[in-house]
Ligand binder design. Structure first.
Ligand code: HEM
Length: 149
């Protein structure tokens, strides 16, 4: 997790350097498309949320907290959250990550299982490694709140 965060930080640092080089030339830079757009927009994020919630809620390593949860509602809420954290136009209206997961005593292992399913679902939708890593870095940053630490 630390390694991945470090490599993403390195990527941003490299991006900043390239930015400086590009700015010193006379060619204007095309604005970078939002991560939301590069992930394939709402169509992909809805499909990813559907798949991840379906898989995590039946995987024996992670299903324990899903008993009695309205999965259709959860899928819609997770899609809106993914849209919002990736710079999309959605206004996420659910609970904060700390509140949503309060009392679940989630573990790092359960987070990793979810990470596996997120990665698999993104690959299945044709999302490239760079965009997968960017989204996963955003989710990594939320893990402290999700674990209520
Ligand atoms: C960075 C990691 C995670 C993110 C960003 C995330 C995101 C979310 C979101 C957006 C909601 C909906 C909250 C609402 O509608 O108010 C939610 C609820 C939920 N999450 Fe997570 N989650 C993460 C990790 C996990 C993990 C690892 C598990 C279990 C293995 C989990 C289990 C649940 C459950 C069971 C709910 C439903 C709570 C309820 O409706 O009572 N989450 N999560």
């Amino acid at each position: 997790m630390t390694l991945r965060t470090a490599s993403v930080t390195a990527l941003f640092a490299a991006g900043a350097l390239f930015g400086v080089t590009a700015c010193s030339s006379s060619v204007p830079l095309a604005p970078q498309a939002s991560l939301f757009a590069r992930l394939g927009g709402m169509e992909n994020l809805t499909a990813v949320a559907d798949e991840v919630v379906s898989k995590v809620s039946i995987d024996p390593r992670s299903r324990r907290t899903f008993e009695g949860v309205n999965l259709a509602r959860l899928k819609a809420s997770v899609a809106s959250h993914l849209c919002s954290v990736s710079g999309g136009p959605c206004k996420y209206e659910g609970d904060s990550m700390a509140l949503a997961h309060r009392g679940m005593a989630l573990t790092v292992e359960e987070l990793q299982v979810m990470g596996e399913h997120v990665d698999r679902a993104l690959i299945g939708r044709g999302v490239a490694r760079k965009e997968r890593e960017e989204l996963e870095a955003i989710l990594d940053k939320l893990s402290g709140e999700v674990l209520n630490k």
